[in-house]
Ligand binder design. Structure first.
Ligand SMILES: Cc1cc2nc3c(=O)[nH]c(=O)nc-3n(C[C@H](O)[C@H](O)[C@H](O)COP(=O)(O)O)c2cc1C
Length: 191
């Protein structure tokens, strides 16, 4: 028996994205964003409320980074979703994490997170139903220890956390149970 839950706007899993920017004084800021996804072969789209300090910073610098939060830094990652750089200019410094400037875009790379996209801020899209921020991914930086011998990112090595919008939980990933574009092939035979 299925129960109706109403118009519940949740999927599982959602990512825990760490959006890094510089403010007007060149101070790093990071916000937590679960509403975001890769939206083309070299593009990521973030759904951000207009009042985020991150949004001001993106407009100012034309750039941002997106890192995947890991379990080791869950406390800091969650804090980045609680405090705002608007009221707490030393938000990033309070976490004790370290940042270096990206070599490609005008945005900070947070050293402790294992995987980071370096993005140029391309456009803000406002329609009747959408309000989002689009970035062109110019490069991805990965810690060597999350790569396999072929240089591919192994998700099980990332220690990434996932967001659950049903109960506001953070989860770690489980085991790899299949291969995409492969498990369904037996059903595709003869088409
Ligand atoms: C798990 C989690 C996910 C979040 N996802 C988003 C999001 O996708 N978009 C958004 O605008 N705010 C999101 N927030 C809220 C912002 O991270 C929060 O408002 C933060 O203070 C913004 O920081 P800033 O003002 O320094 O940019 C999220 C917060 C948490 C804890």
């Amino acid at each position: 028996m299925k129960k109706s839950l109403g118009a519940l706007p949740a999927v599982f899993p959602a990512p825990v994205l760490m959006v890094g920017t510089y403010d007007e004084n060149g101070v790093p800021n990071v916000m937590n964003a679960a509403w975001g996804m890769v939206s083309d072969s070299d593009q990521i789209t973030l759904f951000l409320a207009e009042d985020r300090k991150t949004v001001d910073n993106m407009h100012l610098t034309g750039a941002f980074t997106v890192a995947l939060a890991d379990e080791k830094h869950m406390k800091e990652a969650d804090y980045f979703g609680i405090a705002t750089g608007r009221k707490t200019p030393d938000k990033f410094a309070r976490t004790g994490l370290s940042a270096v400037k990206s070599e490609r875009v005008n945005a900070p790379v947070i050293e402790e997170f294992p995987l980071t996209m370096e993005c140029e801020f391309v456009e803000e899209v406002n329609s009747k139903t959408l309000h989002c921020y689009v970035g062109k991914i110019v490069n991805v930086l990965a810690d060597e220890d999350v790569l396999d011998e072929k240089g591919k990112v192994r998700p099980e090595k990332l220690g990434a956390i996932l967001f659950d919008n049903f109960t506001s939980g953070y989860y770690t990933i489980g085991t790899r149970v299949g291969k995409a574009w492969h498990e369904g092939l037996p059903l595709h035979k003869g088409e």
